[in-house]
Ligand binder design. Structure first.
Ligand code: SF4
Length: 739
């Protein structure tokens, strides 16, 4: 395989980072070495053991952690008993945080790209030089092209200080990939239907439910800690679950019924369930009459989708569809359809999520035990407002239903990529996003964008692929070595504010994001972050009725439990345009889209090819944990496999355990081979692989060349023109046997 990694020739080539600039080498000359190797007593303090409470950064769930420190070294991470999202327990990734902080491949110094004799390489820079260099580049680009020529792509919780810095600088283009391909459509769909988002954790009263339908949600594999605990508790209390999934997932293994639905047909199935609920008069008529608008429009739309018609589309027998709809109605209101998490698969993710929202409304389960609930947030009174310069636009996305609440992000990440390709963007600031392997427009498109900007700055902890294209690499310390913004904006059963705090001092020449952003703000001459981070957090916690000193003890501040359920006779109100649950959405209609969800067919696989379905493993969160040597000790964590139905394996003469390359419909061949897993657990028209493997940067010692990269195999993507989310499941592969 050539070294272009799928990149077309452009002005920014991929360069390797010398081992001299990574932690392993830096440690050789310091006492930190013994800590990295896992057997030292370096950084010894007073010899006593201490426990620091903070929160995990290995996925967006942000569970509370208790980091156990002995002789100045973190030797164990357990679940915080104080934090409502962990309840004393973590998933494998959460406990594996030690593998991140003590990773010998960590970035140890700021690096600047330079060209000598026509050859590009990195050289070590001081922080002052790196910050000055970055600030000068950003300043010049803003002067020459305006602030709209700069954008930040971000992932993870530490971006907030950079965002404040950019806003004070007049830049207002922010995007996170997880909106595009994960939860964005679901949040928007529930917002437009109920007037509030479904939340993280999703507002389903799992523990008290009797019957929950899941469409492709991979709990137990994607490890949303609290939800997994709640499902286990729910099942213990008698919860029955039904799983629609082309693959027999871990969750399907817990289900009363697994329905191997044809990929891309969920909306047809949801319409058929609605059809049965309506034609058999099983929906909650009083709830619908009092609290919803648009029921007649829905009835007219789903009339045609009889179970028999849906059976032809979905491959699920009509009698199963009827039975499930009837059971759903029988258990309602203690029944729900779970919204799932990664909800953008094709170009209709928002309408698919709207169909889920509507099924819940037909069950009349809103604010009922076992149904859909509205969690509350811990309310922190606002501080003095910032006075940012006027932005040219508050929201940059061109998609009408991208968001209509105060945006955390102002455009889709695919829009950032497209603007870079089109030459509209000149500078890209990347915080924690491994662009070539994360942007779901595929690696080739992502690399084209990286190659087209005049300036690329990357903040990361590890030499992820994106760092090899950067003009400047700013090494952040890990989440175990820094403060971040308070986690206080999320609604939950018990509202909370959580503190991320340093467990140990930053190692090597890395710095916390809050300091890097502060140094950049100072150099740019803007005043975004007026206080040092401890003063800032203390002031905010005092507004919340506590203090930094107090919250440091347990890492969390708890509010009064949410009053979850409806009172008898309570009149419900919804913050939608009509004040009701909008079964027919006025927002969708006004923006020129279907007011009620409609099924559209997605293309089938070409002959000899199979639709690529993706998911997760409980010990991998993509870039964050790919190189984690401790998690890598688990044999099933080391590489991904391609799941192949036995009949497909026979047709292509594949055997279990064999290594193959994958080739997609556009002729792209996976850079590394992948192991075949022959299993009845997958339909014949699809294959399945875990995303996040096949890393091509050799400096990632534990991740390099392990399995195949899913992102490399994305050549086709579909944009939902309502919300601007990106679907990528219209990609198909076949197999190339090793010679
Ligand atoms: S679910 Fe696992 S990875 Fe995610 S925050 Fe919790 S412990 Fe960390």
């Amino acid at each position: 395989m050539n070294m272009s990694h799928g990149q077309d020739l452009n002005r920014r080539d991929f360069i390797k980072i010398s081992s001299l600039f990574l932690a392993g080498s830096a440690a050789m000359s310091t006492q930190i070495g013994r800590t990295l190797s896992g057997n030292g007593d370096a950084l010894a303090d007073d010899g006593r053991e201490r426990v620091v409470h903070s929160f995990c950064e290995h996925c967006f769930w942000r569970c509370g952690i208790a980091a156990h420190v002995r002789d100045g070294k973190i030797y164990k991470i357990t679940g915080s008993e104080h934090h409502p999202l962990s309840n004393g327990r973590l998933c494998p990734r959460g406990t594996g945080g030690i593998g991140q902080i003590y990773d010998p491949d960590r970035l140890a110094h700021p690096l600047i790209r330079e060209k000598k004799g026509g050859k590009a390489s990195y050289r070590k820079a001081s922080w002052d030089e790196a910050i000055t260099y970055t600030a000068e580049k950003l300043y010049k680009i803003k002067e020459a092209y305006g602030p709209q020529a700069i954008a930040m792509l971000h992932h993870g919780f530490g971006y907030t200080f950079f965002k404040e810095m950019f806003k004070a600088f007049g830049v207002n283009k922010f995007a996170k990939p997880s909106y595009d391909f994960c939860c964005g459509p679901s949040h928007q769909a529930f917002l437009f239907t109920y007037g509030h988002e479904i939340g993280t954790p999703e507002g389903i009263d799992i523990i008290n439910s009797k019957y929950i339908l899941f469409f492709g949600t991979h709990y137990g594999e994607n490890m949303h800690n609290t939800a997994v605990q709640e499902i286990a508790e729910g099942i213990r209390r008698g919860l029955k679950i039904v799983v629609f999934d082309p693959r027999f997932s871990t969750l399907a293994g817990k289900a009363e019924k697994w329905l191997p639905i044809k990929p891309g047909t969920d909306i047809a199935m949801m319409q058929a369930l609605m059809n049965v609920l309506i034609t058999e008069n099983l929906y909650d008529k009083q709830f619908v009459a009092e609290n919803t608008v648009g029921f007649d429009e829905l009835r007219a739309e789903v009339e045609r989708m009889t179970p028999e018609k849906a059976a032809e589309i979905t491959d699920i027998p009509a009698e199963d569809i009827r039975e499930i709809a009837r059971n759903f109605a029988r258990y309602a209101p203690a029944a729900a359809v779970h919204p799932g998490r990664r909800t953008q698969w094709y170009a209709d993710g928002a309408q698919r999520s709207r169909a889920i929202a509507i099924l819940n409304a037909l069950a009349g389960n809103y604010k009922m035990p076992g149904g859909m609930v509205k969690y509350e947030k811990y309310k922190i009174p606002k501080g003095a407002p910032h006075h940012y310069p006027e932005y040219e636009k508050e929201v940059w996305s061109k998609y009408p239903l991208f968001t209509d609440i105060k945006p955390e992000n102002t455009m889709g990440s695919h829009e950032v990529i497209q603007q870079a390709i089109d030459g509209e963007l000149k500078a890209l600031f990347v915080y924690g996003v491994n662009v070539p392997e994360t942007i779901t427009m595929g690696r080739k498109t992502a690399l084209k964008a990286l190659g087209n900007v005049d300036f690329l700055a990357v903040v990361d902890t590890l030499p992820m692929e994106v760092t090899g294209y950067a003009d400047i690499v700013l090494p952040e310390c890990t989440y175990l070595e820094r403060y971040d913004e308070l986690d206080g904006g999320r609604p939950y059963r018990t509202p909370f504010v959580a503190l991320r705090q340093p467990v140990v001092e930053p190692m090597f020449d890395s710095k916390p994001g809050n300091q890097i952003a502060r140094m950049l703000a100072d150099k740019l001459g803007v005043h975004a972050l007026e206080d040092d981070v401890e003063t800032y957090l203390d002031k905010k916690l005092k507004r919340a009725g506590s203090s930094l000193e107090e919250v440091r003890k347990t890492g969390v501040l708890l509010g009064k439990p949410t009053d979850l359920y409806r009172k008898t006779g309570e009149k419900l109100t919804f913050e939608t345009p009509s004040g009701k649950i909008e079964i027919a959405s006025s927002k969708f209609r006004d923006a020129g889209f279907d007011a009620v969800p409609r099924y559209t067919k997605h293309p089938d696989a070409p002959e000899g090819f199979y639709r690529v379905l993706t998911g997760r493993k409980p010990m991998l969160t993509f870039g964050r944990t790919a190189n984690n040597r401790f998690l890598n000790e688990l044999p099933t964590a080391r590489e991904n496999e391609i799941w192949v139905n036995p009949q497909v394996a026979a047709k292509h003469q594949l055997s279990h355990g064999e290594q193959v390359h994958l080739k997609n419909q556009a002729g792209v061949v996976s850079e590394f081979p992948i192991k075949v897993k022959v299993t009845e657990r997958i339909r014949q028209d699809a294959v399945y692989m875990v995303h996040g493997y096949g890393h091509y940067f050799k400096k990632l010692k534990w991740a390099y060349g392990k399995g195949a990269s899913h992102n490399q195999l994305i050549s086709n993507y579909d944009i939902d023109t309502s919300t601007g989310a990106v679907g990528f499941e219209n990609n198909f592969v076949t197999f190339i046997k090793e010679a």
